[in-house]
Design a protein around this ligand. Sequence first.
Ligand SMILES: N[C@@H](CCC(=O)N[C@@H](CS)C(=O)NCC(=O)O)C(=O)O
Length: 223
Amino acid sequence: MKPRLISFKLCPFVQKAVLTLLKKQVEFDIDYIDLDNPPPWFGELSPLGRVPVLQVGDEVLFESSVIVEYLDEVHPPSLHPADPLKKAQNRSWIEFGNECLMNGYQLVMADDEEGYLEQVKELHAKLDRLERQLGDGPWFNGDTLALVDLCYIPLFQRLQYCDEACPGPFDDQRHPKLHAWRERLMQLPLVKDSTVPEIRDLYRRMMQMKGGFLGQRIDLGEG
Ligand SMILES: N[C@@H](CCC(=O)N[C@@H](CS)C(=O)NCC(=O)O)C(=O)O
């Protein structure tokens, strides 16, 4: 039986699960819900009221990191390094990526330039640490693409949309390794299929709807 992923089109946490499923070539069903107006069954299904939720037969999994770990375990070969310490470190940096996603969201929510620059500063402090963690590449652990790499794609994609609205989130001089890693990741063919095709449009609309500093810089006619 195919697993069923409950999703929201803009959700970066869902995208982590989709990327894992695609990388492992696992067939799955995906149902999109409107988080502002969720169907009645969703409250019953999702203990925290959040997506992603993965239904496997009659069982339900929630929390994106738990879901990707489960998928990694049941669909070998594993996308984690074999060494337990390295594996645990990779998991730590996946959690770090989740925190960066929250910083990314705060960029969108900042009301004015001052608030926005404050958020960019906080994000950069995190990206400084990530930069220090990266080696010579091409991937996070070196030669082999891992789960931790895939888990950063949703962050970089969303930061790209923010950076297009107002350059700032990406500072390639300050974070050269991160820049090279990001470029490589975003060129992976599976990125395109890991969201709905209209993701950029949807994200820009969402930014505009929030009406913050970034949203005011979006011209939807601009393409
Ligand atoms: N820690 C969670 C975060 C998931 C999350 O925040 N999902 C958002 C959508 S992107 C959500 O469902 N928000 C609805 C809510 O919090 O009520 C995970 O990693 O799965």
